[in-house]
Design a binder for this molecule. Structure first.
Ligand code: MG
Length: 358
């Protein structure tokens, strides 16, 4: 099976609930959709998140530009990944280059699993089984009262929910958590995410104050690449530290683990290097007995967690749901990977046409 052509389409999908974090707000999901056509007639599909509308055109263009480099190559994701790593070595393999490479990698794995007539989870050696999922939609920086009401509205169907923190002062962080706790059953797990907004001393102070509030994890309390800062906060609190959505490839993860930055890890399937990067990260997690959760991309992440030995939590968001024929659906706190061949990503073409960005 060889690569024949790329079809690249940029869409901008409105979010059902805007997400306001301490590091910026997201009102729509600018996504690049990739369909990789092969000479066997099988198509591999994937999507990547451009974060901002102003990055959408350059990311789509970059993915398109790579078609020429890969046309005629065998659909062998490890080989493709090595070729792209080499192609980007001088420019740097992160940022848009890393996102483009991951889009191709995920589409290539989708095509391979389809050729084997297996759901991706089973193609990777796992099974199609339910994965615990937490509610990660909404619950942004909206203030204590609204956060309590939103938690009450969003918790049905889940037994875990994540709140964004990083208000101007500790007192508001505490008030928000207390309102959320009041709004949900006592057994509900509450994760928190500071989205990189604090300094290490301030993060340690807030973490210690949150210890009485039954918090499951504190995510990215300081800048994502400040592994020493994460480790400093971790040493000063009993609440587990979570990080990893900004690890660019498994080597970042290895450095983060070596620095003792976190108790838990949460690779983002795109930034970690697609399915190829995820499986390497899962191996690192296995070796270090580190529980790993996913970040965004619930459809493909459900497959990857089902094939990872230290799988922890799937982050449930629905950024791409409006353009997918079979979006991830949470049921009683779990998401089950699709049981059709591949990753299960198929476009709702009329919705894609409606949200085409240009
Ligand atoms: Mg986060």
């Amino acid at each position: 099976m060889r690569i024949q052509a790329f079809r690249v389409r940029p869409v901008d999908v409105p979010l059902s609930i805007p997400l306001i974090t301490s590091s910026g707000a997201i009102h729509s999901a600018p996504l690049v959709l990739l369909d990789l056509a092969t000479d066997s007639g099988i198509h591999g599909s994937s999507y990547v998140f451009a974060f901002q509308r102003r990055l959408l055109a350059p990311l789509a263009q970059l993915i398109s530009n790579l078609e020429e480099l890969l046309r005629g190559d065998t659909v062998a994701p490890v080989e493709i990944s090595a070729k792209l790593q080499h192609a980007f070595r001088l420019a740097g393999p992160q940022g848009l280059a890393g996102m483009a490479a991951a889009a191709i990698d995920m589409a290539a794995w989708d095509a391979c699993a389809k050729a084997a007539n297996l759901p991706l989870a089973r193609f990777l050696g796992g099974d199609v089984k339910p994965v615990p999922a937490y509610q990660s939609r909404g619950l942004g920086i909206i203030g204590p009262g609204p956060a309590g009401r939103e938690a009450e509205r969003l918790i049905p169907g889940f037994r875990a929910i994540k709140a964004r923190l990083g208000y101007p002062d500790l007192e508001t962080d505490l008030a928000v958590i207390r309102e959320i706790r009041k709004a949900v059953d006592p057994g509900v797990i509450v994760m928190t995410d500071y989205n990189q907004s604090l300094t290490a001393p301030e993060a340690a102070r807030r973490a210690q104050a949150l210890e009485a509030e039954n918090i499951y994890w504190i995510e990215e309390p300081v800048l994502a690449d400040d592994f020493a800062g994460h480790a400093e906060v971790r040493a000063k609190t009993s609440i587990p530290i979570q990080t990893g959505e900004n690890w660019w490839g498994p080597r970042d993860m290895a450095r983060s683990i070596a620095a003792g930055a976190s108790d838990f890890g949460m690779p983002d399937v795109v930034k970690i290097g697609g399915v190829t990067g995820w499986m390497r990260a899962a191996g690192l997690a296995e070796a270090h007995r580190m529980p790993i959760s996913s970040h965004l991309f619930p459809e493909i992440s459900a497959h990857l967690l089902a094939a990872s030995s230290t799988a922890h939590w799937l982050e449930f968001v629905d950024f791409a749901s409006p353009i997918l024929r079979n979006p991830a659906v949470p049921r009683e706190g779990f998401v089950t990977p699709s049981d059709t061949p591949g990753s299960g990503i198929e476009w709702d073409e009329s919705a894609v046409a409606r949200y085409l960005a240009f």
